[in-house]
Design a binder for this molecule. Sequence first.
Ligand code: SF4
Length: 232
Amino acid sequence: MGREIKRLDRDWLIRIIKYFEVMGFDRLPLDVPTSTCLITNSGNGSCLMKEKELLKLRKEIGDCRLCRLSEKRTNIVFGEGNPEAELMFIGEGPGADEDLQGRPFVGKAGQLLTRLITKMGFKREDVYIANIVKCRPPNNRRPREDEINACMPFLKKQIEIINPRVIMTLGDVATKTLLGEIGSISKVRGKTYRYNTIKVVPTFHPSYLLRNPNAKWLTWNDAQIALRLLGR
Ligand code: SF4
């Protein structure tokens, strides 16, 4: 038992050192930042490189003022999860809880999404979660076209870096933004589409499911489509 723990400690230390080496550090910093690659046990070079590119993108976004959503936001909600996720969820935009915490899907709708992720056999940190716009639209209104156009290059870059095998779009806005005007979410869900080479499975937004719990089984059907595409 004691020997096993020592081995785990050694493996953990090697992964931490490798992580900082890839990140360009020549010595270990005192404050060790959180690395999803380390948490998810994918401390491999590819994951670390992707994490580094995501950090660079976050730095480029900085204190973005490209659209009016910057005026009332508390935090930019960049997105979070495994940089090597095979499954990515894309919602519409941050709500009040997300705006306060700077993290996607952490309110009631987020708890429902987390339950779906768990039911699918993943941990939340195994997948990647982001939104079409990174700042909260006032009063939870839908993001406007010019706001979406201003913010989309950031999400496109995130998708390019992560390169998931499957994206589940959550609700009308995310689906239309990624796939174009293909119809309302209730008509297009249940099928598979493509965004570049990535398979896309549209489903209802968790906020809709909170208001319409009877539609949860349809979302579970969509989740099973995504699982089949992932070979699970
Ligand atoms: S929503 Fe996007 S484009 Fe608009 S201010 Fe926020 S980060 Fe910038």
